[in-house]
Design a protein around this ligand. Structure first.
Ligand code: COA
Length: 148
């Protein structure tokens, strides 16, 4: 589906963002407090995506680091997956990071997350390293980068 809209969230959306993140991540949720604190974090932008402003179905958080940018997290609620929203959110992050002057976007992804790995590879990311026991439950992460 190509009818997705992506827009910048405001602090008034923090509870909505926390609910979306909890639905998308289940066991690996950051938790409401951490995710809501993103609105205060330096250089962090929060994007929401859905068919319209009233019904966001996914989100992406990224950080502008100057020459580089970092995708902090991205998620789509289970019932809206495989319809292009994740790719729309990711493309919006890449476009915004490029506009902000970044040359590269970095991310960490669980190395046993085939959906995310396929999403990132399809958008032009490649694996440049690994972080052992990166997650609280002991899982390993791959480090990926995309040149803009
Ligand atoms: C990863 C995630 C954001 C993808 O969102 P989505 O809206 O379903 O993704 P899209 O429909 O835009 O898919 C884009 C491409 O990603 C890949 N992809 C997405 N889901 C996939 C899956 N379950 N299996 C394999 N490839 C998948 C495909 O290449 C897909 O293109 P295609 O549909 O043309 O084959 C979603 O599965 C999610 O929220 N997962 C839980 C949270 C998470 O793991 N986030 C990433 C953490 S680093």
């Amino acid at each position: 589906m190509s009818g997705w809209r992506v827009w910048t969230a405001s602090p008034a959306d923090s509870e909505l963002l926390a609910a979306l993140e909890a639905q998308a991540f289940a066991a690996r949720s950051w938790g409401a407090k951490s995710i809501m604190a993103s609105f205060q974090a330096s250089g962090v932008a929060v994007l929401l995506g859905g068919e319209n402003d009233e019904a966001p179905r996914g989100f992406a958080l990224w950080r502008d680091l100057g020459e580089d940018a970092e995708l902090l997290t991205i998620g789509v609620v289970p019932e809206a997956r495989r319809r292009g929203l994740g790719a729309s959110l990711l493309n919006a992050v890449l476009e915004r990071a490029k506009t902000a002057g970044a040359e590269k976007v970095y991310l960490e992804v669980a190395d046993e997350n085939p959906a995310a790995l396929a999403l990132y590879t399809g958008a032009g990311f490649s694996t440049i390293g690994a972080r052992k026991s990166y997650y609280r439950d002991g899982g390993d992460a791959a480090v990926m980068v995309c040149s803009l």
